[in-house]
Design a protein around this ligand. Sequence first.
Ligand code: COI
Length: 354
Amino acid sequence: MIAAADFNITKVERSKLNDINLENIPFGKYFTDHMLEVDYEDGEWKTVEIKPYQPLLMQPSMAAIHYGQAIFEGIKAYKGPDGGAYMFRPQDNFKRFNISAERMQMPQVPEDIFMEGMRTLIKLDSNWIPDKEDHSLYIRPFMFSTDEMIGVKPSDKYKFMIILSPTGPYYNTPMRIYVEEHYVRAAPGGVGYAKAAGNYGAAMYATAQAKKQGYDQVLWTDAFEHKYVQECGTMNVFFIIGNTAITPGLEQGTILAGVTRDSAIAVLKDMGFTVEERDLSINDIIDAYHAGVLYEVFGTGTAATISLIKELKYKDFSMKFDIDRWRTAPELKKRLNDIRYGKAADKYGWMYKI
Ligand code: COI
């Protein structure tokens, strides 16, 4: 058992906080004063170091930058009405992190390093949590292989780190989405369910093609028929069809088991929707659109929260939505935010006091 008392903590002499304007901060650009770093060597995790945020020194042969054994998580911390700091469902991210680690043949990170590490680091940098609607402290735990050897094999050495970034909304405006039917994000048996760094790098080419045509992100479809929808950009995706909320299911291992996705499912059920986690084809989406029962489409994610999709483009056909008339996604976002910012009772037990 590792406790915070065992951590080696070196504090900054002077905080950078005064140099940064926490109003209107872009996503992921600024980092707090401290970071957490711990090495895995000889089959065990060494001493946890919390120290001033600083560059890493590495050999050009470091395995992660050659073969991509690298995973990460995204969690948010909020300032509660009592002035205290709260994380949203961090245990779920901890569990998912180790699921990703297993898939990428990396060691498990012990719960006390991950959870106590986050708590201690956030306590130290708690002044950095923005006190503003739609803003939060984004927590980025990550791990990568550090063997200095370019043979292709699982590394013997790893580094686990946590950095913190005060942040505003990820997607600022409602999105135009291109339904992808050529490139593939994930196939059954692949790594789609893992939060592996390479999943994001591999998505960039198709996303860039869509952006050239004026779209913000792609909606991925299945690898075999390009018929069933999967994920959208860095988000899970929901379709409100009639009184049913439909989101792709997790069984095939091709999409990320989003924590915001899971939270949205619970809140939508509370709002009176039937929620179905299942295959949904683009043809069924188009049929619902023509029938006038495709009411809303939105993405969910830690970074993205709830992001409205105002257009879906499939082949030559564009489905356009009058988002000003939407009630469900805005209500879902409000209910989630009220829990996060401590304005509503946390009836699901999602908030974790730091
Ligand atoms: C998150 O929602 O935390 C993500 O991982 C998206 C990120 C790649 C910006």
